[in-house]
Design a protein. Structure first.
Lengths: 111, 114
């Protein structure tokens, strides 16, 4: 069964600290994996996209990793800011162009 | 960058009325648009896929007669929630796809049915 699981469900960190969000998937055949940031009451915005051959990709303070063998991805946020408070969603696309959404991690950054 | 807009951003309606939500791709053409529904603290759930000029493809469990989708042009798709009920209250998000493996999401529409 195609599934995308994210952990933790929610996370609270102090401003300036780093954090890592996890995404495990069983989707097959794999095409690519995206991390999205969704602010409350807004649509998702793409942060990174990773294909099978990519291990690490950065976008500013966001760094995503992908291990296609273990079917795991992580999103590392460095030097967190209050504006990073949002839901982070992992989305896996199959070779047939179907999307599977994770349930997201709700990140709260406190001053 | 690619921009997708939705209108309205929020709407409150009485039970039994119909509500239309528009989704527009502002700076690109999208042959395919997607409609999602998101309940609180849950992830997006695909409702239907619409292709310009053809009938939408609905996901299992989504009533096509209740959620009418029209994709009349390459930049506009509409979702009409007919005879809305309180259980239809949700956050509706569209996305537009200019390329096969790329989607840009709209900002969403909050629907509250009283």
């Amino acid at each position: 069964k195609n599934q995308v699981e994210q952990s933790p469900q929610s996370l609270i960190i102090l401003e300036g600290k780093n954090c890592t969000l996890q995404c495990n998937y069983t989707v097959s055949p794999f095409s690519n994996l995206r991390w999205y940031k969704q602010d409350t009451g807004r649509g998702p915005v793409s942060l990174t996209i990773m294909t099978f051959s990519e291990n690490t990709k950065s976008n500013g303070r966001y760094t995503a990793t992908l291990d296609a063998d273990t079917k795991q991805s992580s999103l590392h946020i460095t030097a967190s800011q209050l504006s990073d408070s949002a839901s982070y969603i992992c989305v896996v696309r199959t070779g047939a162009n179907n999307l599977f959404f994770g349930t997201g991690t709700r990140l709260t950054v406190i001053p | 960058g690619a921009v997708v807009s939705q209108h309205p951003s929020w709407v409150i309606c009485k039970s039994g009325t119909s509500v239309k939500i528009e989704c527009r791709s502002l700076d690109f053409q999208a042959t395919t648009m997607f409609w999602y529904r998101q309940f609180p603290k849950q992830s997006l759930m695909l409702m239907a896929t619409s292709n310009e000029g053809s009938k939408a493809t609905y996901e299992q469990g989504v009533e096509k007669d209740k959620f009418l989708i029209n994709h009349a042009s390459l930049t506009l798709s509409t979702l009409t929630v007919t005879s809305a009920h309180p259980e239809d209250s949700s956050f509706y998000i569209c996305s537009a796809s200019p390329l096969v493996d790329t989607q840009y999401f709209g900002p969403g529409t909050r629907l509250t049915v009283l």
